[in-house]
Design a binder for this molecule. Structure first.
Ligand code: SF4
Ligand code: SF4
Length: 396
């Protein structure tokens, strides 16, 4: 990932400041509505234009033309951004996410990445997971499930599903089994997807993990790989082809898509439950990031909620592609600047509190960030994994 690859595109900034937010915006070609009060999360938090996409495109341009050296100030600026991807929505001519990753790779080459990111990358390199736990323990969550190791549909639980948010992993298996699919699972052969390495500049580490996971999935006979973590899904969907140099030999889908199809086919039916008011946080990885790779996975999550009896649903003002970032930033911002994550997650929880009692999200990392903020600030909204919430309402 070399910043010179997009040299000519760093020139395309006309200084219009649309990427700052707070509209008015031109309408999108696909008819999606804009939200005129939206603002770039780093600009909102740090208040300086140096943290915006406009400034970062400028720094990249100066660097590729030899007018700027890699330095510690650039480290602070590029690692302040959660890479939510909204600037790419607002400014399609410039590949802002590519610029961000390439600049971080250049910083990494000079040893200029935050120590928190170095520590997480060391965990991934040595233990093959984000948390530095022996990877032999990776399958502990599934020890009573008797999941096969070979199969056409393979569940990729990811580090969070395996070690931190196991209820979501259990829920995913329960929902798929209810729908007639008994997924295979790689167990300790599964390794971290590598997302954090890629977003903190260590592209070679991300590549090594990608190659391992693809080969392990091939050996397992995967034709479809299903994810309950938006981050793992994004890494496979967006990065793995470029990292491994080959088309993925299997389909990658979110658990949300697969469950939606099973509901539509009448294979998953939910029972009546108590009346609950819910709202939904759309993860950035479901639609915003990376020109040419967007999936816009927004209807599926809402279809699941709408199929749950006695569950009311209300949108927050910032929804779908304008869903405010939880601030976690691929575990980069949550580890380097937890106060930034806390600011955005707590703001999001307060927004949810205005319309619902339960805030649902289909991403395990968003669950972590949002629930920590709700607890810390005593915000009266329960944060819950959408898959877990749905699995609790399965007919026995
Ligand atoms: S980066 Fe894009 S949106 Fe931002 S100022 Fe430049 S051209 Fe305008
Ligand atoms: S990725 Fe998000 S936070 Fe970062 S500059 Fe773009 S809009 Fe702002």
């Amino acid at each position: 990932m070399d910043i010179n690859a997009v040299k000519d595109r760093t020139h395309r900034c006309v200084g219009c400041s649309q990427c700052f937010g707070t509209g008015p915006y031109l309408p999108f070609a696909d008819g999606e509505q804009t939200v005129s009060t939206w603002k770039c999360p780093t600009l909102e938090y740090y208040k300086f234009f140096t943290n915006t996409a406009r400034a970062k495109a400028f720094f990249a341009r100066e660097l590729v033309h030899g007018k700027l050296e890699i330095n510690e100030e650039l480290e602070k600026i590029f690692f302040s951004c959660p890479d939510c991807g909204c600037c790419e929505l607002l400014c399609p001519p410039i590949p802002h996410m590519f610029i961000s990753r390439a600049m971080k790779a250049a910083l990494f080459q000079k040893g200029l990445i935050p120590e928190e990111c170095v520590a997480l990358n060391d965990n991934m390199r040595e233990k093959k997971n984000l948390f530095g736990i022996k990877n032999d323990n990776r399958a502990n969550w599934a020890k009573d499930l008797d999941l096969p190791k070979q199969g056409k549909v393979v569940y990729f639980a990811g580090c969070y599903g395996s070690f931190r948010q196991v209820k979501t992993a259990w829920a995913t298996v329960a929902l798929l089994r209810k729908g007639g699919i008994n997924p295979a699972y790689l167990a300790e052969e599964e390794q971290c997807c590598g997302l954090h390495a890629g977003f903190s500049g260590d592209i070679e580490l991300e590549r090594r993990l990608a190659r391992h996971n693809v080969e392990a999935l091939k050996r397992a006979g995967a034709e479809t790989v299903v994810f309950s973590c938006a981050n793992c899904y994004r890494t496979f969907f967006t990065d793995y082809k470029a990292l491994t140099g080959e088309e993925l030999p299997f389909k990658v889908v979110t658990a949300v898509e697969m469950v939606t199809e099973l509901i539509a086919a009448g294979k998953i039916v939910f029972k009546n439950g108590e009346n609950v008011r819910t709202t939904l946080h759309d993860p950035c990885h479901f639609g915003k990031q990376h020109i040419g790779h967007r999936r816009n996975l927004y209807d599926e999550t809402r279809q699941i909620i709408n199929s749950l009896p006695n569950v009311e649903f209300a949108e927050m003002e910032y929804n779908r592609r304008w869903s405010a970032c939880c601030g976690g930033g691929n575990d980069v911002t949550s580890s380097v600047t937890p106060e930034f994550t806390d600011y955005h997650s707590s703001k999001r929880c307060r927004e949810a509190q205005g319309v619902a009692d339960v805030l649902l999200t289909p991403c395990v990392r968003c669950v972590k960030n949002l629930s920590a903020a709700a607890k810390k600030h005593d915000i009266g909204v329960e944060v819950k994994s959408l898959l877990e919430f749905a699995a609790e309402r399965l007919e026995k």
